[in-house]
Structure formats: C-alpha cells, structure tokens
Design a protein around this ligand. Structure first.
Ligand code: NAD
Length: 285
C-alpha cells in the first residue's frame, strides 16, 4: 500500500498558529520576541533566504531586523557586533547567515552568540545541551525531523533508526535526539557508502532519516516495508527540487514519507521561529 505523505506545510502551519498566540501572550507581558539576522556580502541565494525569513517572521508577529555587512568585513568587526546584540535586551534571537566569505570563521562567530539568543541552536553550548538530553535551543532541522516523526504518532521506544549523513547541524544532533527517546540509532556516512553497506543499513531501518545532499542516493527498493522515511536532502535536478530518497519507489514500501519540497524544509523554518519565541522566554526569566 502506498505510504501516507507527511505534510510538512500543514505541520508547520499548526506550529506557527501556536507561536502567534504565544507571541501575543508575551506582548501582554511587555516582551517582544524578535529575530536579528546578520548577512555578509550580497550572495543572491542568501538574499532569497533572508527575504523568505523576514516574511515568515512578519506573518506571525515576530520582529525582524536585518543587519547587512560588506563582504570584506573583518572577524573582529562581526565579533564586536555580535557582542552588542548579545547585550541588547531588545534582541531575543540572533542568526548568522551562511555561507560567509573566506576571511571569516563562521563556527567561531556562531560560538560567540549568547546561547540563550542562538536562534539556530548551533552554538557549542546548545549542542552540548543536546548531548546531555536537555535541549535548550536545539538545531532547527534536527528538531524538525523529530516533529515530523512524532506527527506519525508511533511509539519511539525500542525502534530501530538509521540516520544517513553525520553533519554537525543535521545528522549528529538528529541521532542524539533519537537516542534520547531510546531509539536504537545507527549513523551512516560517506565511508558507509564507499564500503557498499548502505543498502544493508537502510533496509534495517524502521525509521530512516537521510541528510546527504545527493539526489536519489537511497534507492526505494532498499527501504524496509512499513518504514517511516524522513528525507532532509535538497537537490536541484533539471530545474526541479528533489530529495535524497528515490521517492516514487520508496513511497510504495514506506508507511509514511516526507516529500521534497513540502516536508522537512517547511518545518525547519517553523523551528527557527519557535526557537526565537523560546529565546524571548528564556531571557525574560
Ligand atoms: P553535509 O554536506 O554537511 O553532510 C553530508 C553528509 O552526507 C556527510 O555526513 C557525508 O559523510 C554523508 N555522505 C556523503 N556521501 C554519502 C554517501 N554516498 N553515502 C552515505 N553518506 C554520504 O550536509 P548537511 O548540511 O547535513 O545537508 C545535507 C542535505 O540536507 C543537503 O541537501 C542540504 O541542502 C539539506 N538540508 C536541508 C535542510 C532542510 O531544512 N530541509 C536543512 C539543512 C540541510
């Protein structure tokens, strides 16, 4: 039987409805939830992303401020600017837009953001809280993956999951969040692919998460019957956006599957907004 398609847009819509109410509640208490974005240079891709971010914030009543810097800005200038945003009580969430020009060390700059204002949940302190099983502001995509899995309504305890991809902001934190729910979790990466054992791992997965960035890397026929499949990948193929999983075949085997687009991406944006609201609450304590 064909899988149920997990509707990321609908799930994101519900999260945003809740956030609108929370933002109104905070306003009544004199707290303004906001997102301050730092953009360096004029990369057109980042520009598109920033405008979409601004629209998403405005739609739910979250204040959005964009701070633009020339592409030759120094590490010190940005460090000082982040320090000022950290001090500013009117700023609740901060995001440093990637990619950055080569003279800048993004990881160090992200680490300078006050963990309570880290809208993307990527600072070492916030990653550490994920390791401890006490996420404060967790990485948005990993949280989106958990939200999508939870939307299916299955008991996670004791399930077998496979995460394909071990990046710092997606694969690794997703695996940690799953472990925290007592899901037995295997993590695959490029070396698994090179060894040729990826199909074996994938075929064991009751919950499969793929975050690689290679179109149709995971063949539909590898997918276990009845699996929940979360496809994080975003790839442009012949002008169309596709995921990392061979969707048409996989959907005949899976019980639930996310589409690309319309799956993880929509919920990731909602999680960024949720982190900003959470950040405002953390600072008001
Ligand atoms: P990354 O490039 O940092 O990491 C890629 C991972 O894939 C690595 O762990 C690598 O070892 C692994 N890999 C590469 N080739 C492989 C193979 N043949 N077999 C098995 N593993 C292999 O990627 P990332 O930043 O985690 O992003 C992954 C994908 O997810 C990209 O397409 C990105 O655009 C997308 N993404 C989507 C969202 C969203 O909101 N939907 C958010 C973040 C990233």
């Amino acid at each position: 039987m064909a899988a149920q398609i997990i509707d990321g847009k609908r799930i994101a819509g519900k999260i945003k409805e809740r956030l609108i109410k929370e933002i109104e509640e905070l306003k009544k208490q004199g707290i303004t939830a906001s997102l301050s974005a730092i953009q360096v240079g004029d990369d057109p891709g980042t520009g598109v992303y920033v405008r979409a971010q601004q629209r998403s914030c405005e739609k739910i009543g979250l204040d959005y401020k964009l701070h633009q810097f020339k592409k030759d800005v120094s590490q010190k200038e940005l460090r000082d600017f982040i320090a000022r945003l950290n001090e500013d009580t009117g700023v609740s969430g901060i995001i440093l837009q990637m990619p950055l020009p080569s003279q800048l060390d993004g990881r160090i700059l992200q680490g300078m953001i006050d963990p309570k204002k880290d809208a993307e949940g990527v600072s070492p302190a916030n990653m550490g809280m994920v390791v401890y099983g006490k996420p404060l502001l967790a990485p948005c995509t990993a949280m989106a993956v958990m939200e999508l899995i939870n939307s299916v309504g299955v008991k996670l305890y004791g399930k077998e999951a496979v995460v394909v991809g071990h990046s710092d902001i997606v694969g690794k934190p997703t695996a940690l969040l799953l472990l925290d729910k007592f899901v037995t979790t295997s993590v695959c990466h490029i070396a698994t692919g090179e060894r040729g054992t990826l199909p074996q791992y994938v075929s064991q997965a009751e919950i499969l998460i793929v975050a690689v960035g290679k179109a149709n890397l995971v063949k539909g026929e590898w997918v276990k019957e009845g699996a929940i499949v979360i496809d994080v990948g975003i790839n442009r193929v012949e002008g169309k956006i596709v995921g990392d999983v061979e969707f048409e075949v996989a959907k005949e085997r899976a019980s639930h599957i996310t589409p690309v687009p319309g799956g993880v991406g929509a919920v990731t944006t909602a999680m960024l907004l949720k982190n900003c609201v959470q950040a405002a609450k953390l600072q008001s304590k």
